[in-house]
Design a binder for this molecule. Structure first.
Ligand SMILES: [Zn+2]
Length: 89
């Protein structure tokens, strides 16, 4: 049974349904889409990845370690600063 999604077909802009999905990891899933317009017939796949936490869980799984957006931003800034520093050398 297909699940409705909020995704639009990139070709005809009709709605797309999720035909099936495959769980790869608790934070990563592959989705398979199909356009609802039978004259279009486009199918594709894409990824759903949980990348960071906004608010921590009250029942955390200790195997799941997600950073906050602030931590990711700080790491990217530090990495960029390091890259710029190495370019100047
Ligand atoms: Zn389409």
């Amino acid at each position: 049974m297909a699940r409705k999604s909020n995704h639009q077909c990139p070709h005809c802009t009709s709605s797309m349904s999720i035909r099936t999905s495959k769980n790869i990891h608790p934070l990563f899933r592959i989705l398979y889409f199909q356009c609802s317009n039978f004259k279009c017939g486009f199918t594709c796949s894409g990824n759903l990845e949980i990348t960071h936490q906004i608010s921590p869980s009250a029942a955390p799984n200790l195997n799941i370690q997600l950073k906050t957006l602030d931590q990711i931003s700080a790491e990217r800034k530090a990495s960029n600063d390091e890259y710029k520093k190495s370019e100047d050398d």
